[in-house]
Design a protein around this ligand. Sequence first.
Ligand code: FES
Length: 84
Amino acid sequence: MDSKIEVTICLGSSCFSRKNRDVVTALQDLIVTKNLGNLVNLKGGHCFGKCSMGPIMIVDEQCFTEITPMKAVAIVESFVLNKS
Ligand code: FES
C-alpha cells in the first residue's frame, strides 16, 4: 500500500494566534466524514520559521501559507484526488 499523505499543521504560538486550531478542526472533520484515515496522516509540528505567513501547513513536504479551514480542506482533497 502507498504511504499516507503527510499533513503537518504548525502548532507554534504565532500560528496558534492566527487560528491554526480552526484548521486542525476542519481537517479532522474532513478525515472523519470522508473516511480518509487510511490515506491522510494529520499531525502537528513546531514553528517552521514563517510565522508572519501563518498559519502554515506542510503537505508531503510542500509548504502552504496563510491557511484557512477552507483552503486546508481544498488542498488536502486535491492531494487525495491526485493519489487515487
Ligand atoms: S509559529 Fe507557525 S511558522 Fe512560526
